[in-house]
Design a protein around this ligand. Structure first.
Ligand code: NDP
Length: 326
């Protein structure tokens, strides 16, 4: 089995005396800054122009020293880029690239820009990756609860000879080695993440939507269809995570449920489509489509947002939440 790094394997003191500049203060930026600060790391934040970007005020309100991105890069030993992915290349070439100095570490939370070459760092800096496998607010909450969210680290350039130690120390400061950190390549981190988003997130959400629509079309009350399509999944996932699939099916689910799962479940899955999506992801088709969508101002996303927000299922969900809470 691959090495899984835990707290006892990682030396946080490699960050002593070094300043980490967090570039971008969104979902990950806020959570990682706060966790690292509480782990004793010296954090500053680099934010875009105050008149156009709310990050500056948010980071300052949380008690961080905030600088322009250029200044933060000048002051930092480690430049940790937590900007949204498609915006990274333009911000990088405008405000980061020419301020990087030999010996600094450039760090990412997703391998997209490096894998697809939209960012090409200078050859004299370390380039590393640390990804906590979950949204910022969860990363923050777990840390506050004394736990963490599992993650992965990777090294693309190791000029100092200590790039891996730096990436692992960041992962420890964010809390991930409390539960486990694995080694990954930039390629597998990026493609695996994009595959998960398409198949697991995309598949699950479309499964819920389709199930709701079919039940309502066939006369079921909306509230019942909504509860079946969305609410049940929580207990299933938590149970499976706690005991594993087989134990869940044989000891927690009913015999009818076990038979239904084994008998009909495979028919719901389109394995050929899953293989095709995997292959397209490896060929960079997904990345190209996403970069093109972003550069056009996200027309497809904006249109889908409007129609989905207006759907019967969303309206039912709102009524559920208003009446019964989360
Ligand atoms: P968010 O969208 O939450 O935050 C993006 C940040 O980038 C904001 O602070 C935003 O500032 C800033 N930003 C965007 N455009 C510009 C610009 N032109 N100039 C200056 N600042 C800009 O992103 P996430 O935190 O979700 O993602 C950050 C990184 O973390 C990505 O690489 C992502 O892949 C990775 N990641 C995300 C996870 C997640 O679940 N969210 C999980 C693991 C990794 P402002 O709001 O002020 O405009």
């Amino acid at each position: 089995f691959e090495k899984i790094y835990r707290d006892e394997d990682v030396d946080l003191s490699v960050l002593d005396g070094r300043t980490v500049a967090i570039i971008g203060y969104g979902s990950q930026g806020r959570a990682q800054s706060m966790n690292m600060r509480e782990s004793g790391v010296n954090i500053i934040v680099g934010a875009g122009d105050r008149t156009r970007h709310s990050s500056w005020d948010k980071a300052e309100a949380d008690g961080f020293e905030v600088f322009s991105i250029e200044e933060a890069v000048d002051k930092a030993d480690i430049v940790h880029i937590l900007l949204q992915d498609p915006a990274q290349p333009s911000v990088y070439y405008e405000s980061i690239h020419k301020h990087l100095k030999p010996g600094q570490t450039l760090s990412f939370a997703h391998g997209f820009a490096i894998l697809y070459g939209t960012i090409k760092p200078p050859k004299d800096v370390d380039v590393v990756l640390f990804v906590p496998n979950g949204p910022g607010p969860v990363t923050r909450q777990k840390f506050k609860d004394g736990s963490g969210i599992w993650g992965c680290v990777s090294v693309d350039q190791d000029v100092s000879g200590h790039a891996k130690e730096t990436a692992l120390a960041i992962s420890k400061a964010v809390g991930s080695t409390r539960v486990g950190v694995v080694d990954m390549t930039f390629q597998h981190e990026t493609e695996g993440d994009n595959y998960e988003e398409q198949v697991l997130y995309g598949g699950t959400i479309h499964l819920m939507r389709t199930m709701f629509n079919i039940m309502v079309k066939n006369g079921y009350p909306r509230s019942f269809a909504y509860a079946k399509a969305i609410r049940s999944i929580r207990s299933i996932i938590d149970d499976i995570d706690a005991v594993g699939i087989e134990a869940y099916l044989t000891s927690r689910a009913s015999r009818t449920c076990e038979f239904a799962v084994r008998h009909s479940g495979p028919r719901v899955i389109n394995e050929q489509a899953m293989e095709e999506i995997f292959e397209e992801t490896e060929r960079g088709v997904f990345a190209r489509n996403w970069l093109q969508e972003f550069s056009l101002g996200m027309p497809t996303l904006n249109r889908m947002r409007r129609t989905w927000a207006d759907s019967d299922m969303e309206k039912t969900g709102k009524i559920w939440r208003d009446k019964f809470g989360k």
